[in-house]
Design a protein around this ligand. Structure first.
Ligand code: NAD
Ligand code: TYD
Length: 333
């Protein structure tokens, strides 16, 4: 693999992945195709300006002409491009169906035309829905709860059908919640860190006992590289960290690291259709030779330090969110 098309590489995981891959593979050239939605930010990869092994293209994966132009130029694809925030999907689901399903279709069609050698489609553990006890394996049925996870389910089912029907070498990952540098400050961890820095309330949904399995984003990048190189075409790989924590525990750990009082915790009404717990088995990706290197405490410490040091990055984004914040305020009070 010499030339890789990464879609959605100006977002949180995509930008961390691109940085990781260029460092790890000295011969690799990456084209980053990103529509720069509210979540896309060229600042996330500013350090790569002028790097001859990196090309940025501002474009939409739903546009067949743009996709055709770049697909003819690469031998493998990693599709991160998506609408990703559950709350935004509750507010307005249309863009989720468009990018997460139709966008995946446009990419798959072009990949088929151009005999792409590997097509890694990034999905999520949210496609399984909630599980009270135990953990989902890759063979469990999809039971999504939100317009986000339903759209992600549609996209990955389509991707898998291109393997079965056309033999396109598709690989799918279903990862747990990521955290780390460059995550947009409206997802739980960066929202709460940045609010706490400003002594603003931390709006925790419902009883705060919903559980997520927190994966540090560098561990995710390593796992994706491994699946891309060594995964078996047509297979699905869960990625999880074994860092299952209740939201209230995550919240208290942020406050403790920042030396802020627990009085900032502000319970609000619950999210509609709020999944109680996510949990996946990771035997399959472990058999490829991966294990997460960061435990929750270490990942959290690095993440909080990054947001403290990079205030200008997140302040600019928080100021841009007025319309969404208005809806969020109405929804959660
Ligand atoms: P993000 O919201 O930070 O970034 C998404 C990126 O996609 C942005 O740069 C945005 O501009 C781009 N994009 C959106 N629509 C596009 C379009 N039509 N054409 C081209 N680019 C477009 O998301 P993230 O958290 O980095 O997630 C990346 C992928 O990983 C997504 O597919 C998401 O479903 C999946 N995922 C995320 C997590 C997580 O915890 N963040 C966990 C599991 C899976
Ligand atoms: P989020 O970061 O939106 O990820 P996801 O919903 O995809 O798992 O939310 C993580 C958890 O935090 C989820 O249980 C919802 C909860 N949450 C809050 O309690 N308050 C908030 O303001 C946000 C954004 C999330």
């Amino acid at each position: 693999m010499k030339r890789l098309l990464v879609t959605g590489g100006a977002g949180f995981i995509g930008s961390n992945f691109i940085r990781y891959m260029l460092k790890k593979h000295p011969d690799l050239h990456i084209v980053n195709l990103d529509a720069l939605t509210y979540a896309g930010n060229r600042e996330n990869l500013r350090d790569l300006d002028g790097n001859p092994r990196y090309t940025f293209w501002h474009g939409d994966i739903c546009d067949p002409d743009t996709v055709e132009r770049w697909m003819s130029n690469v031998d493998a694809v990693v599709n991160f491009a998506a609408e990703t925030h559950v709350d935004r999907s509750i507010h307005e689901a249309g863009a989720f169906v468009e990018t997460d399903v139709h966008g995946a279709f446009v990419l798959l069609e072009a990949a088929r035309e151009h005999n792409i050698s590997r097509f890694l489609h990034i999905s999520t553990d949210e496609v399984y829905g909630s599980i009270d006890e135990g953990s989902f394996t890759e063979k469990d049925i999809l039971n999504p709860s939100s317009p986000y996870s339903a759209s992600k389910s549609g996209g990955e089912l389509l991707a898998r059908s291109y393997f079965i029907t056309y033999g396109l070498p598709v690989l799918i990952t279903r990862s747990s919640n990521n955290f780390g540098p460059y995550q947009y400050p409206e997802k739980l961890i960066p929202l709460f860190i940045t609010n706490a820095i400003d002594d603003k309330p931390l709006p925790i949904y419902g009883d705060g006992k919903n559980v997520r399995d927190w994966l540090y984003v560098e561990d995710q990048a390593e796992a994706l590289d491994l699946v891309l190189q060594k995964g078996t075409a047509g297979e699905i790989y869960n990625i999880g960290a074994g860092n299952e924590e209740m939201n209230i525990t995550v919240t208290k750990s942020i406050l403790k690291l920042l030396g802020k009082p627990e009085s900032l915790i502000h319970p609000v009404k619950d999210r509609l259709g709020h999944d109680r717990r996510y949990s996946v088995t990771i035997d399959k990706i472990q058999a490829l030779g991966w294990k997460p290197l960061h435990d929750f405490e270490e990942g959290m410490k690095k993440t909080v330090e990054w947001y403290v040091k990079n205030e200008s990055w997140w302040r600019a984004l928080k100021e841009k969110q007025a319309a969404y914040q208005e809806w969020y305020k109405k929804q959660y009070g």
